[in-house]
Design a protein around this ligand. Structure first.
Ligand SMILES: [Zn+2]
Length: 163
């Protein structure tokens, strides 16, 4: 009996042997049950592998669709980047403008209040002097207030002294 051909069986199944080797394997398999068994196991295994993976075939146009999808995503990503940058810039401008307007209005309001305050301060003597009776009322009220407070203070001290 010639030597076994187990090492060649895989190549035989894949039709990778030259004619001489193929003939040799065929001839050997015809009378060696050991190698035939091995061959059948290997053939079954290959068939199972093929059924598991070989039958999985990419649908028509899948690669094209994937590539198109990638291109669109890259394009969208590029646009998104620009949009995000534009929004960020716009936001920065708005924030700066808001801040500066707040500062501007803040200073405007403060200076207006200060101006009004100074105006009122300047007007008080005019008002007071233009109405002599008002001056009199203010003076009398001030005197009454002083007297009342002095009197209440005196009473407070007296009460403390007694108790
Ligand atoms: Zn054999």
């Amino acid at each position: 009996m010639a030597e076994h051909v187990k090492d060649l069986l895989s190549a035989y199944l894949d039709h990778e042997l030259d004619d001489v080797e193929q003939k040799r394997v065929e001839h050997h398999l015809s009378h060696c049950s050991e190698c035939r068994q091995e061959f059948e196991k290997l053939a079954l295994l290959k068939q199972q592998i093929y059924m598991a993976y070989g039958s999985v075939q990419a649908p028509e146009g899948l690669e094209q669709a994937v590539m198109e999808n990638i291109r669109q995503r890259q394009f969208a990503y590029g646009i998104g980047k620009w949009v995000a940058a534009a929004v960020a810039a716009l936001l920065a401008i708005v924030v700066v403008m808001t801040m500066s307007s707040i500062v501007y209005f803040g200073t405007a309001i403060v200076s207006a209040v200060v101006n009004i305050g100074f105006s009122l301060l300047h007007m008080i003597p005019f008002i007071v002097s233009s109405i002599p009776s008002l001056l009199g009322i203010v003076l009398v009220t001030a005197v009454i207030l002083i007297i009342v407070s002095l009197w209440s203070l005196h009473r407070l001290l007296e009460t403390r002294a007694i108790s």
